[in-house]
Unconditional design. Sequence first.
Length: 115
Amino acid sequence: MQVTPEKQVTPQDWDARVSALTGKLPERLRRAVDWLREPSRFWIRLLAAILFILGGIFAILPVLGLWMLPVGLALLSQDVPALKVPLEHAARWLERVWARLAAAWHRRFGSSKRP
């Protein structure tokens, strides 16, 4: 996926990111996500999104965690297009931060490739 400048972020960028990530999932999980993203599954998707968001809010409890919050927001973005651009901005920011952290790690400790 080609990264475009921040000013040109569109909802279609988020849709492309979700499709690309979905394609990397194991077959069974990919089918479940594709099923959930179908337009006719609105109420199920809404309930799942709310449960994930609530689970993310209660991250101090075992099993629940902050990982649930972005999953819930991503599900919700299927029906609330206004969330797509902010989520795409957040994803790009995370990619930049991750790249900087990885570069700093490699500078400090060298390559993680093992012989």
